[in-house]
Design a protein around this ligand. Structure first.
Ligand SMILES: O=C(O)CCC(=O)C(=O)O
Ligand SMILES: [Fe+2]
Length: 318
C-alpha cells in the first residue's frame, strides 16, 4: 500500500503504456491563453494578496517565483489565508456537514507504506510500524454548488499551481471519488512519519484541531539514490534537528512534495476534528484508481472504477 491518499501513485497508468490508451480527453482542458480575471476566482481566493488571476503582472510573477523557490529548496510552500474569510466559512461548514460520512481506514504502516521485510534488522525503519487512522469524504459527496468544489475546478488556481511547480499543465483527476476529498482526522487519529508514493499534494485546511494535528516534515531527508536510513531512523527515534513544523491555519493552502521529505501529522488532541481538503491534480489526464483501492479508501466503488479496471487502466486491478 502506498500512502493513504487517493493520489496518483497507484492510480497512474503503467509507465510506457500505448499512447492511445492514456490519451483520454482530460476532464477539463485548461485554457492556456491569458484572459480577463474571473470574478469567481476573486470571490473565493484572496487575489488582492495572491495575484493568481494576473499571472503577467509584477505581483503575479513574483508570487510564482517565490513559491517556486520554496518548492525547489524545501519541497513545500504555504500560502497563508489563501481563501477569503466568507468562502472559508462556507467551506468549513461544508466539511463539517459531510464529515460524518467519512469512511475510515485503520492500519499499521511503516514510513514506506510497504510490507514487513523480516530479512531486515528489527530496528530498520521499514520494520517500524505505527498506527494510522484516516477518514475520507469522497468527492461525489461534494456537490457542484459547494464552494470546495468550485475552488477545485477554478482554472486560475490550477494554472497557478502548475506554474509554481514549473509544469506546463495540470489536470483534474478523472476519479469521481478520489479527485477531490476531505481528509477527516478524529481526536486520537494520527498520520505517522512517512514518505509519499506520489510527487505532490495540494491541500487546504478547513478546520484546525484543538490540539495536535501539526504538520511536520524533514525537507529532502532522502534522495532518489540515497535512502538515508540512519537519518530516517533518527527521526523515528525522536531527533528533532531536521524537523520543520508548520502551524497551519484554516484557509492556508499548501503545496508539498512528499516523495523524499519524511513527514507526519501529529496525533489529534481535544474534541475538534481536523479537516483538510485534498485537491487532486495530476500531470497526466485520465487518472483513476482501481476498484480494490477505491473500496479500501471509500468503502464503495463507482462504475467508472470498474470500467477502468476492465480496461486495465489501473495498477491495482483485482
Ligand atoms: O493531512 C496532511 O496535512 C498531510 C497528509 C499526508 O501526508 C498524506 O496523506 O500523505
Ligand atoms: Fe503524506
Amino acid at each position: 500500500m502506498p500512502d493513504s491518499l487517493p493520489h496518483q501513485g497507484e492510480a497512474a497508468p503503467h509507465q510506457g503504456e500505448a499512447a492511445e490508451e492514456t490519451a483520454e480527453p482530460p476532464q477539463s482542458a485548461p485554457p492556456q491563453s491569458a484572459k480577463a480575471p474571473d470574478p469567481a476566482t476573486r470571490r473565493l481566493i484572496d487575489t488582492d494578496r495572491y495575484a493568481i488571476d494576473a499571472p503577467e503582472s509584477r505581483a503575479g510573477t513574483s508570487l510564482v517565483e517565490e513559491a517556486r523557490r520554496a518548492l525547489e529548496e524545501e519541497g513545500c510552500v504555504v500560502l497563508r489565508d489563501f481563501v477569503r474569510p466568507e468562502a472559508l466559512a462556507r467551506m468549513t461548514a461544508e466539511g463539517r456537514a459531510r464529515a460524518g460520512r467519512a469512511h475510515y481506514n485503520r492500519t499499521r504502516t511503516n514510513p514506506y507504506s510497504s510490507d514487513d521485510d523480516p530479512s531486515l534488522p528489527a530496528d530498520h525503519p521499514a520494520r517500524t510500524f505505527l498506527e494510522r487512522t484516516n477518514g475520507f469524504v469522497a468527492g461525489d459527496l461534494l456537490e457542484p454548488e459547494t464552494e470546495i468544489r468550485r475552488l477545485y475546478h477554478d482554472p486560475a488556481l490550477r494554472q497557478f499551481i502548475a506554474r509554481c511547480m514549473g509544469v506546463e499543465t495540470l489536470y483534474e483527476y478523472a476519479d469521481p471519488l478520489a479527485g477531490l476529498v476531505i481528509n477527516v482526522l478524529k481526536p486520537g487519529c494520527q498520520h505517522p512519519w512517512h514518505f509519499d508514493n506520489n510527487d505532490f499534494i495540494v491541500t487546504l485546511l478547513t478546520q484546525k484541531a484543538d490540539g495536535g494535528g501539526a504538520f511536520e516534515y524533514c525537507p529532502n531527508l532522502r534522495e532518489p539514490d540515497d535512502q538515508n536510513i540512519p537519518g530516517v531512523k533518527a527521526v523515528l527515534g525522536g531527533t528533532r534537528a531536521p524537523v520543520k513544523r508548520l502551524d497551519l491555519q484554516a484557509g492556508d493552502l499548501q503545496i508539498f512534495y512528499g516523495r523524499n521529505s519524511l513527514h507526519r501529522v501529529t496525533r489529534i488532541e481535544g474534541a475538534r476534528e481536523r479537516h483538510t481538503v485534498i485537491l487532486g491534480y495530476a500531470e497526466e489526464p485520465g487518472q483513476i484508481a482501481g476498484a480494490a483501492r477505491t473500496k479500501r479508501l471509500f468503502g464503495r466503488v463507482s462504475d467508472a472504477h470498474l470500467e477502468a479496471d476492465a480496461r486495465g487502466r489501473t495498477r491495482d486491478a483485482a
